[in-house]
Design a protein around this ligand. Structure first.
Ligand code: SF4
Length: 434
């Protein structure tokens, strides 16, 4: 209470870049600031401190992060806190910027205390605090209707293009009882959708508990909710996991990172699966659930990618009928093995290939969504705009839905029938409650 009164009138603003893990961590920190008496304001407004939760996965992410830091730094004498993967990867650059406090990923959890210390006139010293990867509190449902649960951190795979193992560190899994407790508390707060997240979640292992057993335990929690698995690597999945995909609380959606359809490229990327194994996995899931939504990431223009390699990627993307393809142009990351490889691909070729994959992705997304017209979905309502007469949310297959609201509440389930598909690149499904 004392902290609340002391901070009354303090304003804090966030800018989050990159992955879902960052989003979850920001939501949790923002909730803690609110509990401590701060008001969370948009990044464009005046604040006492600005927190940039940054990303460094591509050059574009670096550019966006620098831009956010500069925007915050222009706002007078406010404190600018830079945390996240850019802060790890560009420590020296940040040390030269006065008024900026750099906090590494392992100590991000302490941002509230660090900002408090600064505003009390102390000199915050993040390096003196204990690393703490997991004890983020459950965010308030005011930020999102989905609650994420972080089950692990870091990665040991060292894919040749990826900077993540260098900035998020070695793989560490969180104790299962803590994860279960976090999920139960999220459900008690009213969340209806739990998203399992981490850097490389399929490699989760804590003592005798592997990924599948953990997911099974989460699905057994007796409450009205659905479980979604966020982005994962298509390796180390066992029979038990495939069986769990049919559980009534499991969302029939997986984001399985493909990266390339060329066996040669996958080897050069040092991925842990082949294109044939990936296709088999998709076939296995769809044999039991033909409408299962599989979305993916594809990298184009990896060093040495020939026309034939790229054609293999396009062919596999067409064949697997993804619900969405997130296309990345390969971005050189200093310190990674791919950065030192010969035969780097020209930007113009990367742009052209990226556009081709984007077009394939649009066609397959439209086709995938069209199959739901005339069918029912269990929609979780995320936003209601009374003025526009529209409520939006997602169905269990992670399809964006819109209905005319008829007294429904935000963050509640409603069964709807899809009546129409918009004709856009990212088509919304229009539906009516049944
Ligand atoms: S699995 Fe590969 S791409 Fe994913 S975080 Fe680890 S190193 Fe990066």
């Amino acid at each position: 209470m004392a902290l609340e009164l002391a901070n009354d009138g303090r304003r804090i603003a966030f800018q989050t870049l990159g992955c879902r893990l960052n989003q979850f961590e920001t939501d949790s920190l923002a909730s803690e600031f609110e509990h401590a008496g701060y008001t969370v304001v948009p990044f464009e407004e005046h604040a006492d401190a600005y927190v940039v939760n940054s990303c460094t996965v591509t050059n574009k992410a670096d550019r966006k992060t620098r831009n956010s830091i500069h925007r915050a730094a222009r706002r007078g004498d406010a404190l600018v806190v830079v945390t996240g993967c850019f802060a790890e990867n560009h420590k020296r650059e940040l040390q030269q910027q006065p008024g900026t406090l750099t906090v590494d990923n392992a100590r991000k959890r302490h941002v509230v205390d660090l900002v408090d210390a600064h505003l009390r006139g102390e000199i915050p010293q993040p390096q003196l605090l204990q690393p703490d990867l997991f004890s983020y509190s459950v965010p308030e449902p005011i930020f999102h209707t989905r609650s994420m649960v972080k089950i692990q951190e870091g990665c040991d795979n060292y894919c040749t293009f990826c900077i993540i193992p260098y900035v998020r560190g070695r793989a560490v899994s969180r104790e299962p009882s803590e994860i279960l407790d976090h999920v139960r508390r999220s459900l008690d707060r009213g969340y209806k959708e739990i998203v399992v997240t981490g850097v490389n979640i399929s490699r989760y292992r804590y003592a005798e508990t592997g990924f599948s057993l953990l997911i099974e335990q989460l699905l057994e929690i007796d409450a009205d909710f659905r479980l979604r698995i966020s982005s994962m690597e298509p390796d180390s999945l066992d029979d038990r996991f495939f069986a769990l995909l049919e559980h009534p609380r499991m969302s029939p959606h997986l984001h399985l990172c493909l990266q390339s359809g060329s066996e040669r490229m996958l080897l050069k990327m040092r991925r842990q699966y082949s294109a044939a194994q990936y296709a088999q996995m998709v076939g296995r899931i769809r044999a039991r659930q033909p409408d299962f939504n599989i979305t993916t990431d594809v990298i184009v223009g990896f060093p040495g990618e020939t026309e034939a390699d790229f054609a293999a990627t396009c062919a596999l993307c067409r064949e697997l009928q993804f619900g969405h393809i997130h296309t990345f142009s390969y971005s050189r990351r200093s310190g990674t093995r791919a950065d030192r490889m010969p035969d780097q691909i020209a930007d113009s070729i990367k742009r052209e290939r990226s556009e081709q994959v984007r077009r394939i992705g649009t066609v397959s997304k439209q086709r995938y969504r069209a199959r739901f017209v005339g069918r029912c979905q269990r929609m979780l309502i995320e936003q209601i705009d009374e003025q526009l007469g529209c409520a939006r949310g997602y169905g269990q297959h992670y399809l964006p839905l819109a209905i005319e609201p008829q007294g429904q509440q935000r963050n509640s389930f409603v069964t709807v029938k899809v009546t129409q598909l918009d004709t856009t690149d990212d088509p919304l499904l229009r539906a009516t409650p049944v």
